[in-house]
Write a protein that binds this ligand. Sequence first.
Ligand SMILES: [Fe+2]
Length: 184
Amino acid sequence: MIAAVLRCFETALIESRTKGKVEAAVFEPFLEFFLDYADSQHYEKEEACLFACMHRCGIHDADEGIARLIEEHKMARQRVHLMVSYLDEAVAGLDFAVEKFHESAGKFRDLIMGHIPLENGNVFRVGDEQIPDSELPALQAAYDARDAKPENAEVRERCLRVGRELVERWTPKADEARIPLVRT
Ligand SMILES: [Fe+2]
């Protein structure tokens, strides 16, 4: 879901840069999704459940990757908070805020575009290969326990709906943007 929303975010960002303006109605749902879903569903689950499990199992092949992922989670939070802090003034049309908003948005996008392959190709792969089967029920139980907390269940449901709406709204534009302008 995060990768799909990120792709839509990229399309919205290109459009916003082209227009030279930042629209609240466009970016508020993205920021809600990145703030709440990424924070409570992704970062915390990875750090508190998966990485903790790998550590407990004495798996160290992905230590470097895990340290980088944790650092990137912090940087991603900072970049989303920067976007939030510039949003109102950017929406009001203040040039410096528009520029700063676009800059933070671009850096956030770049960060997550590098983050996803590092997770999939390194840390998740090592986890898949090395976490013993006997540990999997405990890992699943840890994920389930987090999802079951009332505050997490509310965030999850709300953000999945926001994410689905974003994908529905922006994916056709993202597909369109991939069509080469000049065909040979
Ligand atoms: Fe992550």
